[in-house]
Design a protein around this ligand. Structure first.
Ligand code: ATP
Ligand code: MG
Length: 413
């Protein structure tokens, strides 16, 4: 779990701002759900035989009132809220966004943490595939706006109805003869959830998976048409993508469209998946709501930070206030308040240090202007205005000083 210190926050804010701006442009509005939910919610929605539920959740007993879990992802809570507030009775389509910390007890590595942040979207009520393409295009637009250069979009379809069941059987048949070569984990999954073997990171599992039957051969006509239309829409939207039939992703609730965005450059290393998403047409009903087809995605903010471009300059202030005499510190406080009320970023060191040290600090904070209050000037109702960039200095009546500084700052902006 990481601390984000103030010197690093500009990059975070840049990602958050871009996410908020772009998701708003595409019609999404933010939802905020609790960071803890009943454990059963995650077990039911994510699925028993998944990495998250089997070994990654932070679960605790709520003092004799049942089990709670720190949310490992955002969809379960969003769907719970969607059902609990009967939102589908009020509008046919709901487009929700969220941004916040998630918790998974994983082995920490670069790009893999136990508390990490996700920005995500959920669109309820549209069976796609056009909204699926829109969502993928949104993600690509978001990443491009953040200067992520080298990325690859992978898409797949998990089908619907009994497609998965038929594919499961075929996979079981395929892996069965090689059962002993599979990793111990995948041997268990062969019984519980063979699709998850395709998602394994073990080299032997990967090698065996490479020859497995393709999910795409199991799609029925309607699934096939959905997937073809998705690809037509992506092409029309100028989104470059690759169909990846082994893409299954970690969560049990997906159906039809699945996608992932992988980064290539930067410092991502092995943790190169920036964003994952998919359609979960059965989940709302599974969690006690009506039949509402839906799609969502989540992007890892830390992973975006590892690949995004651009420089973030340290924040600077517009104006500093300094005093030549410690007795003038109350006057300085009032002047600072007036400057801030006018929308200026203003600060001052009012500990009673020497003027020289106050000026040094003003310079360090990047102030464009320093206002110096001295006893004689205060007596005459003026303030000394030092323009640090122009290396000039002048006296300004106290009553005019805020407007003068504002003009000066606007000029240099
Ligand atoms: P991975 O295969 O890397 O474990 P996942 O399939 O578990 O990813 P999702 O549950 O789909 O990931 O989460 C979506 C995104 O959230 C990921 O693509 C990644 O960017 C980010 N993410 C997931 N787990 C972590 C983590 N432990 N630390 C940082 N980011 C994470
Ligand atoms: Mg994972």
């Amino acid at each position: 779990m990481n601390d984000v210190l103030p010197e690093a926050i500009a990059r975070w804010h840049r990602v958050e701002r871009a996410f908020r701006e772009i998701s708003t442009r595409y019609g999404y509005t933010e939802v905020r759900t609790p960071i803890v939910e009943p454990t059963q919610l995650f077990v039911r929605s994510i699925g028993e035989a998944t990495d998250i539920v089997e070994k990654e959740m932070y679960t605790f007993e709520d003092r004799g009132e049942g089990m709670l879990t720190l949310r490992p992802e955002g969809t379960a809570g969003a769907v719970r809220a969607f059902v609990e507030h009967a939102v589908s009775g009020r509008e046919p389509i709901s487009k929700w966004s969220y941004l916040g910390p998630m918790f998974r007890r994983e082995r920490p590595q670069r790009g893999r943490y136990r508390q990490f942040w996700q920005a995500g979207l959920e669109c309820f009520g549209d069976p796609g595939p056009h909204v699926d393409a829109e969502m993928i295009e949104l993600v690509v637009t978001l990443l491009a706006s953040l200067g992520v250069q080298d990325l690859e979009v992978l898409v797949n379809s998990l089908g619907s109805g009994d497609t998965r069941a038929r594919y499961r059987d075929a996979l079981t048949k395929y892996f069965e003869p090689n059962r002993d070569r599979l990793s111990p984990e995948s041997q268990r999954r062969l019984v519980a959830n063979p699709l998850r073997i395709l998602d394994s990171k073990s080299p032997v599992d990967r090698e065996l998976s490479a020859g497995a039957p393709s999910l795409l051969e199991f799609l029925d006509d309607a699934d096939r048409e959905h997937f073809d239309e998705l690809q037509r829409a992506l092409t029309a939207l100028d989104v470059k993508f690759r169909v990846e039939p082994t893409l299954v992703r970690g969560l049990d609730y997906y159906s039809r469209t699945l996608f992932e965005v992988q980064g290539r450059g930067g410092e991502l290393g092995a943790q190169n998946t920036i964003c994952g998403g998919g359609r979960y047409d059965g989940l709302v009903k599974e969690l006690g709501g009506p039949d509402v087809p839906s799609i969502g995605f989540a992007a890892g903010i830390e992973r975006i930070l590892l690949v995004m471009g651009g420089e973030d300059r340290a924040p600077t202030i517009d104006v500093a206030v300094a005093v030549a005499d410690a007795a003038l510190r109350v006057d300085a406080s009032v002047l600072l308040r007036d400057l801030r009320a006018a929308g200026l970023v203003a600060d001052g060191d009012l500990r009673g240090q020497s003027l020289k040290s106050q000026l040094r600090r003003a310079d360090k904070l990047g102030a464009k202007v320093v206002l110096v209050l001295g006893p004689a000037e205060t007596e005459r109702g003026v303030v000394q205005l030092k323009d640090l960039a122009a290396h000039s200095s002048s006296e300004v009546p106290r009553a005019e000083v805020v407007a003068r500084v504002r003009d000066r700052v606007r000029e240099s902006a």
